[in-house]
Design a protein around this ligand. Structure first.
Ligand SMILES: Cc1cc2nc3c(=O)[nH]c(=O)nc-3n(C[C@H](O)[C@H](O)[C@H](O)COP(=O)(O)OP(=O)(O)OC[C@H]3O[C@@H](n4cnc5c(N)ncnc54)[C@H](O)[C@@H]3O)c2cc1C
Length: 532
């Protein structure tokens, strides 16, 4: 795996793709040519020796090798990549551990607790919020990054209840590969699917590709097994339970701060046999949003319902920039869904939506036409990010959720705030776009992207200033600081203001019980009170 970017070292983006992307970036941002900063190499980077060494009893599952420490220094945010391209690795973990079973995890947590070493659980490292970064806190003698890659098995499948017991470190493709012979699937295709893990999805409350109903990981988790510094916490397996507050809810979204998720029973479904897809054009984004609201409240529950504004459609090649596009999809393992699609298109027509008939309601429509183009760009996008950054092209995303009654004014004000921040901080206009990733009967989850051209020598600072200005605007205008990217270290300031104070104190008390030495991912979710 690259220690500075997305995927494996030999997964390169072709020269042809780079040329195409350069042309798009140049046109979008008004740039004539790009200076390219080369990717860092292992030899160029200097890091300090580990401040603490693992004991002999853990030697077989730990390492202090330079590559391992570099590869666990950062997650995958653009701010992380910017620092990697500056060759800045001033705070790597001291030790990287690769436990093989729950006993190993317990032994690591015991030792770390006894010598004040912080533990950062590490899945795929695809965090975009500073979730896997070692803390800079002098109270700790060092940091151990606990990599879950050996927990990569589907242990057991229950075909009757359509669920499986799965280990926390399994990457998306390997998870689906193991489920395939059973005919069942998790179908949790987040954009980082290739290089993120089940444990990471649960720990960050990730959201997959379903636009409605089964959006966030919460809906998939049947039970959890969590190794905490205080012992193992395993919930019972029920389809539902009204027995008090749900134990799993405490760990879903806990971002490694309460323990290590080593296993979970996950709800599955049969592979879809029936699919319908269509693209609908709306001359006005807000009218498209009204149509989406009607859809979200219709009881039709499309699997895909992405309203993409005209500029984003043009940037991805899915549209010509004159209209917003609604990429709509239904799927079922059990029954034809043409009637659902027919009614959804009728609803869209009520709002003036024009259907692109070429791509309507055929089994392969989701792979062709505008929907297919948009999907292809979406799948390749993670690989382009480090190449954009190497050319000074800054691309960052902000996602939130907001109730329908506040959506329109929120959207208008937030778009204006991003544009202003880009212009103030980089000194030139950028491209700011929006799409819906998920929709609920009570509101959408809008996802905003900016493209801007930065100063190569100051990219790290410019990214950070943009992050702060835009996150502050998000909070001020009333959106949640994250619908699915999580809190990490980067969103802490706004998360702390968003949650009720008493809830924050209750969480701190819970952490004190599960993690008495406060070693688990310090800085994520909740801090030690100053008195402790
Ligand atoms: C290009 C790109 C696209 C993305 N698209 C999406 C998207 O579509 N939807 C979405 O929701 N997110 C998305 N993300 C964000 C990211 O992929 C998710 O947050 C993902 O859930 C992180 O999983 P991971 O295994 O990589 O976890 P990591 O990045 O390794 O860790 C994330 C957090 O979880 C903790 N953690 C990891 N594993 C465990 C465990 N077993 N037990 C306890 N704590 C653990 C870590 O300590 C850290 O706090 C995207 C990121 C990138 C870079």
């Amino acid at each position: 795996m690259k220690f500075y970017g997305w995927g494996y070292e030999d997964q390169t983006v072709s020269d042809q793709e780079i040329r195409e992307m350069e042309a798009i970036w140049a046109k979008t941002l008004g740039i004539d040519s790009f200076d390219v900063t080369p990717a860092p190499t292992l030899e160029e980077i200097k890091i300090a020796p580990p401040r603490v060494m693992p004991p002999l009893s853990l030697a077989h599952i730990t390492t202090v090798e330079k590559y391992d420490r570099l590869a666990h220094t950062y997650g995958s945010s653009i701010h992380d990549y910017a620092r990697a391209f500056l060759r800045e690795f001033s705070n790597p973990p001291d030790i990287v551990a690769y436990p093989e079973n729950d006993g190993d995890v317990s032994a690591i947590l015991d030792w770390c607790g006894s010598v004040d070493v912080a533990v950062v659980p590490y899945g795929g490292g695809s965090s975009v919020v500073g979730g896997v970064e070692p803390p800079r806190d002098p109270r700790y003698r060092g940091t151990l990054s606990l990599d879950m890659r050996n927990f990569d098995r589907v242990i057991e499948i229950d075909p009757v209840s359509e669920a499986a017991r799965i280990q926390g470190g399994v990457f998306g493709p390997h998870l689906e590969e193991q489920l395939k012979p059973s005919g069942l699937t998790m179908r949790f295709f987040l954009q980082s699917f290739e290089f993120s893990t089940l444990g990471g999805w649960i720990a960050t409350r990730a959201a997959g590709h379903y636009a409605t109903v089964a959006t966030q990981i919460d809906d998939y988790v049947q039970n959890l097994r969590v190794v905490t510094p205080a012992g193992i916490c395993e919930s019972r397996r029920f389809p539902a339970s009204g027995a008090g507050p749900a134990p799993d809810r405490m760990f879903i979204g806990s971002e490694g701060s309460l323990g290590v998720i080593t296993e979970a029973w996950i709800r599955l479904r049969k592979r879809p046999q029936f699919r319908a897809a269509a693209t609908v054009r709306f001359a006005d984004f807000y009218v498209g949003a009204e149509a989406v609201r009607a859809l979200s409240q219709s009881g039709l529950y499309p699997a895909n319902c992405r309203l993409i504004d005209a500029n984003e459609a043009a940037f991805t090649g899915a549209g010509d920039g004159t209209a917003s596009l609604l990429v709509l999809g239904f799927e079922s393992a059990d029954q034809p869904i043409n009637e659902s699609m027919r009614r959804a298109l009728e609803l869209c027509a009520d709002y003036g939506g024009e259907v692109d008939r070429k791509n309507e309601a055929s089994g392969e429509a989701h792979r062709t036409g505008a929907a297919g183009k948009w999907r292809d760009t979406f799948m390749r996008a993670p690989y382009y990010r480090e190449h954009a950054l190497a050319r000074g092209v800054m691309r960052e995303t902000f996602e939130t959720a907001i109730t329908w009654d506040r959506f329109k004014s929120f959207h208008a004000d937030f778009m204006a705030a991003i544009r202003k921040a880009v212009e103030d901080i980089t000194g030139r206009p950028g491209l700011v776009t929006c799409r819906f990733t998920h929709i609920y009967p009570d509101g959408p989850a809008p996802y905003f992207t900016y493209h801007a051209y930065g100063d190569q020598a100051r990219l790290k600072e410019q990214f950070w200033h943009l992050k702060v200005a835009i996150s502050a605007a998000m909070a001020r205008l009333g959106g949640t600081i994250t619908h699915h990217h999580a809190v990490g270290r980067d969103h802490r300031e706004w998360y702390d203001k968003e949650r009720p104070d008493l809830f924050g104190r209750a969480l701190r008390a819970a952490k004190g019980v599960l993690d008495p030495h406060w070693i688990m991912n310090p800085g994520a979710i909740v801090d030690r009170s100053p008195q402790v």
